[in-house]
Design a protein around this ligand. Structure first.
Ligand SMILES: Nc1ncnc2c1ncn2[C@@H]1O[C@H](COP(=O)(O)OP(=O)(O)OC[C@H]2O[C@@H]([n+]3cccc(C(=O)O)c3)[C@H](O)[C@@H]2O)[C@@H](O)[C@H]1O
Ligand SMILES: Nc1ncnc2c1ncn2[C@@H]1O[C@H](COP(=O)(O)OP(=O)(O)OP(=O)(O)O)[C@@H](O)[C@H]1O
Ligand SMILES: NC(=O)CC[C@H](N)C(=O)O
Length: 567
């Protein structure tokens, strides 16, 4: 008898219990029709991950119970399904204990048969599970009856439960090892319901780590990961199945929903390749999903972007076009006295390549009106960053006016390098509802655009142009064009140096002294560290930014604003 397992890699909408359960039902029906006997879904698949403080509402928790009871009744009776949900901790009281468990419910024969609790609760970076959940205990095993003679013992783990492998961290992250304990209970199969957010390079780590678990415990392993973006977090899917030798026998799509049917007996299966040709290609796919889901889940249809003829807004326009279609992207050109000829022609050429609509609104009349109104107050004072910022704020106001009038979402274009050092204007170019490339360093902005221009990139093929991003946009020196002959490099270190310092400071948590010891000039490092520190107030007011690295500004970055840290 062949035994088939299914993984429903779905894109939930946070809090949409009815809609999510409908999608789970339809996925299970399709998998059951292919002879699958056990279906695995991602962590918290009923409410979507992360539900954050929605979990503080008792009604929400009661509604989840009702939703899974209803789902259990509607599911085909010949299949067992593990869904991710929460359950109440009966021991919790005002004296202590968290009110909920992060759980998996086994649905079979019309009802909830068994509940399993997550034991390792991630509380670092973007994760805050200790805020809501109690550490789980109790049996993590169930028996799946296959026939009158045969059954299978299945060990259930939830996401972080499987991220405690000494080989990968150099030490154990937690004293408990739910996977090792399950292996000792003589299970036949390990399953993991997961909601693991994307970061560049993370999939390689997941594959190596899960493969190692399968080998060490000599057990096949099924891993179901959530897909889809929720606010700043992008979930890449790429669910997997490993045999007991640690070989991948099935792999779900990256950045898209997928239904996987896994048959461990069937030899010679060639799993989907969900790896990308390069980090640039992978990050682009992640950002496309991030923008699409934010737009759609917030019920927008169209977006508006300020098109400067520079590389940041060019990349954001390309991402948005791929995400929601050229007919839904409006580019607005707002030239000033300081705008170069090429900034306008480059912006127009980009829009033509992408096929998006543009509008042009010169801002000189508004700059003059501001100058005139402020002339008396500012008399005797030299023109400075105040006037530079006014240009940015005029553009920001116009873009928000368009957003208000037509209901378009304004996407802001700041990259990680400038957001890090505060090279952006509050209430100006920082305006917007979503910061699409806020976690993308400038050097990566360049490499993604160079990749987009390759003849085999998806955009080059789709738009039928040799270079989607006009080459002048890539080769000209970056400039804010807020005063005559201004270039970014007047104010900032060269981007390759800046980005290396920022990576060491932000992603690797190195001190200024350690960064200097790695070969950077002391004056430059001290300046960058200081700029990052004093720009905290801006980031706190910024739009949510899509996370693509292991440390992004946003929910995983919790720095004080009013503080003193040397240098
Ligand atoms: N701790 C704190 N908490 C709250 N508010 C604080 C604050 N520290 C300063 N502030 C306030 O913030 C103001 C300064 O911030 P802000 O007005 O944004 O302006 P600011 O940071 O002084 O200047 C913006 C810089 O970004 C550059 N820029 C602008 C636009 C685009 C680009 C680009 O290439 O992408 C670059 C521009 O050339 C300039 O160097 C101060 O006047 C003060 O009121
Ligand atoms: N002339 C302009 N027309 C339309 N939008 C503009 C113009 N200048 C700036 N913007 C908007 O403000 C953002 C910040 O622009 P700026 O040119 O100052 O910095 P940048 O970081 O070099 O960005 P870019 O590479 O897109 O030019 C731009 O990405 C764009 O959205
Ligand atoms: N939801 C979770 O438990 C996720 C934690 C895990 N370490 C991950 O990033 O994949």
């Amino acid at each position: 008898m062949t035994l088939k397992f299914g993984i429903a890699q779905l894109n939930p909408i946070i809090g949409d219990l009815v809609g999510n359960c409908d999608r789970l039902l339809s996925a299970v029906q399709k998998l059951a029709a292919q002879g699958v006997q056990l279906v695995l879904t991602p962590e918290l698949s009923v409410c979507g991950y992360p539900p954050r403080d929605l979990l503080m509402s008792r009604q929400f928790v009661r509604d989840m119970d009702l939703a899974i009871a209803d789902l259990a009744q509607k599911l085909p009776h010949n299949v067992a399904v593990l869904v991710g949900t929460v359950s109440i901790n009966p021991q919790a009281s005002q004296m202590g204990g968290k009110p909920l468990f992060n759980s998996a419910a086994l649905l079979q024969d019309g009802k909830v048969q068994q509940i399993f609790h997550k034991r390792l609760l991630p509380t670092y970076d973007v994760f805050d599970e200790d805020r809501y959940f109690e550490v789980g205990e109790g049996s993590q095993v169930f028996t799946l009856k296959l026939s009158d003679q045969a059954s299978l013992r299945v060990g259930v783990t939830i996401c972080e439960d499987i991220w405690n492998d000494e080989k990968f961290w150099g030490k154990r992250n937690y004293a408990d090892d739910p996977v090792a304990e399950l292996a000792q209970k003589e299970v036949d199969l390990l399953v993991n319901l997961s909601a693991s957010p994307y970061a560049v390079g993370k999939q390689k780590l997941r594959e190596a780590m899960l493969s190692h678990s399968a080998i060490v415990h000599n057990l096949p392993l099924l891993y179901a990961n959530q897909v889809g973006a929720n606010d700043d977090l992008i979930f890449d899917g790429r669910s997997m199945a490993f045999n007991r030798d640690g070989e991948i026998v099935a792999r779900g799509k990256g950045f898209d929903e997928d239904l996987l049917v896994i048959d461990f007996e069937q030899v010679g299966q060639s799993p989907n390749l969900s790896s990308y040709e390069s980090d640039d290609a992978e990050i682009f796919a992640a950002l496309v999903l991030g923008v699409r889901d934010y737009v759609q889940k917030c019920r927008f249809r169209k977006v508006v972007i300020g098109l400067s003829g520079g590389i940041d807004s060019a990349l954001v326009a390309a991402i948005a076009t791929e995400a929601i279609g050229k007919e839904n992207v409006l580019g607005v050109l707002m030239p000033s006295l300081y705008s170069s000829e090429h900034s306008i022609s480059d912006a127009i050429a980009l829009a033509q390549n992408l096929g998006i609509t543009t509008e042009t609104i010169p801002i000189q009349p508004m700059m003059s009106a501001f100058d005139h109104s402020l002339a008396h107050l500012f008399a005797g004072r030299a023109s400075d960053v105040t006037e530079e910022n006014l240009q940015s704020r005029i553009r920001g106001s116009l873009l928000m006016a368009i957003s208000n009038k037509f209901g378009h979402l304004l996407i802001s274009t700041g990259n990680k390098s400038e957001v890090s050092v505060g090279y952006c204007t509050l209430y100006g170019d920082m305006n917007g509802g979503l910061a699409a490339i806020a976690d993308v360093p400038k050097t990566r902005v360049f490499s993604i655009c160079e990749w987009l221009n390759r003849s085999d990139s998806p955009l080059a093929i789709k738009h039928g142009v040799a270079e989607v991003i006009p080459v002048n946009i890539i080769t000209k020196p970056p400039s804010a064009e807020l005063k005559p002959d201004q270039v970014d490099q007047d104010s900032l270190p060269p981007y390759d140096i800046l980005d290396d310092i920022l990576h060491k400071l932000i992603n690797q948590h190195l001190s200024a002294a350690e960064i200097i010891a790695s070969g950077h000039e002391q004056a430059t490092v001290d300046r960058v560290v200081r700029l990052v520190k004093i720009a905290e107030f801006k980031r706190r007011q910024a739009a949510p930014g899509l996370k693509i690295t292991d440390r992004a500004f946003g929910s995983g970055w919790r720095m004080p604003i009013a503080s003193k840290v040397t240098p």
